[in-house]
Design a binder for this molecule. Sequence first.
Ligand code: UDX
Length: 443
Amino acid sequence: GQQRLKISVIGTGYLGATHAACMAELGFDVLGIDVDQAKVDSLSSGRLPFFEPGLEEVLARNLAAGRLRFTTDYAEVAEFADVHFICVGTPQRADSNAADLSYLDAAVDALAPLLSRPTVVIGKSTVPVGTAARLAARLAGTAPAGADVELAWSPEFLREGYGVEDTLRPNRIVIGTAPGSRRAEAVMREVCAEQIAAGIPFLTTDLETAELVKVSANAFLATKISFINAMAEVCEVAGADVIKLAEALSHDDRIGGKFLGPGLGFGGGCLPKDIRAFMARADELGVEPALSFLREVDAINQRRRARTIDIARGLIGGSFSGRTVGVLGAAFKPNSDDIRDSPALDVAATISSLGARVTVYDPEALENARRAHPGLGYATSMLEAVRDAEVVLLLTEWAEFRDADPDELAKVVAQPRIVDGRNALDPEQWRERGWTYRALGRP
Ligand code: UDX
């Protein structure tokens, strides 16, 4: 049969490790590369350096099948692959809201001079519009003379916690190519043949549109969450119930119910930094007014954290000083150990800084939380975290917390008071069992 494409994946964080394992799962020979030797060692031995449901099995299966390897050597990668997927991080810069593109530049600079065979480089990282065109020029400028090298951009839409599913069965595939590109689209169609055959929409665009699809999708999602959280603010003063409101809105199929969950708001490594980087880029492009609404989206999101703290403070008589507080949740969302811009940890740390003794429990993110916030108290179970608490805050909606038994918790807390920061519990059930129950956006 036909020789299958050989694939490299550059950068093996959440995105890259998932992408590499899933490309191998589709039957391709895959070589992942990272500059971090520890990460490469861990992945090579079948251990994920982070928590992602289902991924470790895919990793192990494909390592065992010999379709998947990891290295730190760019020369090996350049020699091996027909197509390189760039999956390095583009975090928020320390000195501004813009994206830090240094990992991306470094990856292209390391790879380009070593390319000696026809190669397609496909960026997947989330980038400010205009980056791909700049990198295409950089690649062409550094690749050996006469090398047949093309750069394209195919944004990744995976959600943490659903990384395998979202990579194997994305709801769309977008590929942006440069003017005059000859092979990138065909190569991408070959990589995605199984998904295209399964009816997954495959959209081809220019580089700039592909870059923008990603950031505008995230901007839309962030806006939808902040919209319902803004309604929650109004509900709080009007005596209305945002949960009922959201449910009623969701039956209009033009609106839909997804990402309409009111609560503590969005965090994580993507939505907050992506909307800020998008605004920064709009500034640079001179279209600042087009995205100024995202400033409000961000502000609404931040206000939910302050509001949660206010509700908790109100429940214990107006001051955190010397009080005992139990916090359920540290990850930015359930089924993840990711604490980047976690609303839960932000709230926990603020309450601690206001003088409370705070004890945090999370099923997966404890180690990461401890490293980032060594000053907080940590417990290895839910009951331990809420022991002697004068108020409990539920800040990440893990199933374990949703299913918590109010009677069991009531036995160990000092006072049965709970702030449900994620609207994850049934207020009636908790109130019937003697709890003072408060939530965001509900009477
Ligand atoms: C997001 C996008 O969903 C994904 O397509 C993109 O590729 C990366 O960014 P992720 O950061 O993994 O994915 O998390 P997501 O599930 O989108 O949740 C983001 C945040 O929004 C979480 O903090 C979550 O708690 C919050 N959220 C989500 C709400 O507050 N309400 C909702 O209704 C939905």
